[in-house]
Design a protein. Structure first.
Length: 535
């Protein structure tokens, strides 16, 4: 059968390398991966292997944001991991190169490699280039914030359309340290991606050379039996968390690293993040909390320079193995910092003394939650709850001017099971920023945030409302305290009253009774465990 499609005896005598491609025509993020796969396969052949390409799915977070379709995003991470696993188990490839870009494709591919533990390389397609509006750089984040500004009369319809028309100028994943670029940073620092590959933008000609070079990397890994679980040790996970902290990366990294650790059989809990986050300063000045774009990190010298800073400060362990067979420190030493660059700051001029996210616990989140700290100096908030049982109702309240200074916007029944799928809330958070409320209100949800979110926002509240967590019994007007300095998220009512309300709470019917969402609702775990599916 293989000879029937052109393979020869010589081809089939060589190591067979699966090329897992997440190319799709529904977004710019993964759009150039078809062309990159051609170069990966050329590189594999040149290095003595035989490539066989296959496809999996991808769901665009940005395109589906604010709609029912966004519920498919986190579910797709599991489907991507499962489909790569099935192809490997069915066709028994000797190694895998996974081409990834949009948010869930990156952890999905990594989860599959760790589950299978066959030699593998993760190749990130790359960031989009910045858009332009009135002479300054913009990203998709600006579009969502412009919607809120327009609703409050702060931005004209013509300017809103201008921003929409120019925010995404070509192929590539969202252009700040949002979830895709955060997880691409993670892949280099955890060792599954070769150092120097991720920061190069998708439309840059150097990406073709990088794709070709991954052929040599995977063949070396196959010949030397360099396995994903040998790379992704607990030390490597701590290195990755430090990378998220230092770049003020996405809160979604907490979910994805927990999920990857579970596949690697590495003990890692949500509480293990906080010590690393607390000791690692923010030193990369990148959106959403900073000034610059992901493409500017490449111009500054790439993620290798970030690794150099982390090594200099003692925030990571340079002895960790990478997919090339070399240590992380050796890989980072090859990076060349661009003279005069201002994006990756020296450790003598950090932006913040601790990482851009923190883990909170308290009476409203007994299993923990995640708060975004990047982009503002606020550490505490106390105010009355404004309660919404779905994202659309909260969005309507923001757009209609129904949210006031000091409010705590609570969006529940949007967790892994309740959504299902744990929707991101960039529509709501962006509208709050655009309305000028980001510094004066808090938002608390059992759903997720986009990596582009900034402001005083708390997500991944666990247990979720659907499972009877305390967030399910918050009443309109209840006082809520968020204290990032003490690591606390509390519902300010007596413990006896919380218990009374919980005793009266009744479980809701799943929103979907059939199909993939119904299966996911039955199998998915808590956000505090990475929202992984389990039997």
């Amino acid at each position: 059968m293989l000879k029937g499609i052109g393979f020869t005896d010589e081809d089939l005598a060589k190591p067979i390398i699966g090329v897992a491609n997440t190319w799709i025509e529904t977004m710019p993020c993964n759009y150039n991966l078809r062309e990159l796969a051609v170069k990966v396969k050329e590189g594999i052949r040149a290095a003595g292997g035989t490539p066989m390409e296959f496809n999996t799915i991808a769901i665009s977070d940005g395109v589906t944001m604010g709609t029912e379709g966004m519920k498919a995003s986190l579910v797709s991470r599991e489907v991507i991991a499962d489909s790569i696993e099935l192809m490997e188990r069915g066709h028994m490839f000797d190694g895998i190169v996974a081409l990834v870009a949009c948010d869930k494709t990156i952890p999905g591919a990594a989860m599959a490699l760790l589950r299978l533990n066959v030699p593998g390389v993760v190749l990130y397609g790359g960031t989009i280039m910045p858009g332009k509006f009135q002479g300054h750089d913009i990203t998709i984040q600006d579009v969502f914030e412009a919607v809120g500004a327009n609703a409050r009369g702060k931005l004209s319809d013509a300017d809103l359309l201008d921003i929409e028309d120019h925010a995404c100028p070509g192929a590539g994943a969202c252009g700040g340290q949002f979830t895709a670029n955060t997880m691409a940073t993670v892949m280099e620092l955890i060792g599954l991606s070769p150092m120097g590959t991720a920061a190069v933008p998708q439309v840059d000609q150097r990406k073709e050379e990088i794709a070709f070079g991954c052929g040599k990397v995977i063949m070396n890994a196959v010949r030397n039996n360099i396995l994903p679980r040998d790379i992704c040790t607990r030390t490597a996970f701590d290195n990755a968390i430090a990378g998220v902290a230092g770049t003020a990366g996405s809160t979604n990294a907490v979910l994805h690293l927990l999920a990857m650790a579970r596949e690697a059989e590495v003990p890692l809990s949500i509480d293990d993040f906080e010590p690393v986050l607390a000791r690692t300063p923010v030193f990369v000045d990148i959106k959403p909390g900073g000034k610059y774009m992901a493409a500017d990190v490449d111009r500054a010298g790439g993620i290798g320079v970030v690794a150099q800073r982390l090594l200099e400060g003692g925030y990571i362990d340079g002895s960790a193995l990478t997919v090339t067979g070399r240590s992380l420190a050796a890989e980072a030493a090859d990076a060349r910092e661009t003279a005069g660059q201002v994006v990756i700051r020296p450790l003598s001029r950090t932006l913040k003394p601790r990482g851009g996210i923190a883990i909170l616990r308290g009476s409203l989140a007994p299993e923990g939650c995640v708060i975004k700290l990047a982009g503002h100096d606020k550490k505490t908030h106390r105010g009355p709850a404004r309660v919404f049982d779905r994202e659309e109702d909260a969005m309507a309240a923001v757009m209609q001017g129904g949210i006031q200074v000091n409010d705590v916007v609570v969006i529940r029944y949007e967790g892994p099971r309740g959504g299902p799928g744990m929707r991101e809330m960039l529509g709501v958070t962006g509208a709050l920023v655009g309305a000028g409320l980001s510094d004066s209100v808090a938002l608390v949800t059992d759903g997720r945030f986009s990596g582009a979110t900034h402001g005083f926002m708390v997500a991944h509240v666990a247990p979720e409302a659907f499972n009877g967590g305390p967030i399910a019994i918050v009443a309109e007007g209840d006082s809520i305290t968020v204290d990032a300095e003490r690591g606390v998220l509390d519902l300010d009512i007596p413990e006896a009253e919380i218990s009374r309300r919980l005793s009266l709470w009744k479980a809701r019917e799943p929103r979907y009774k059939t199909g993939v969402f119904a299966k996911y609702c039955k199998l998915v775990s808590s956000a505090s465990e990475g929202a992984v599916t389990r039997v």
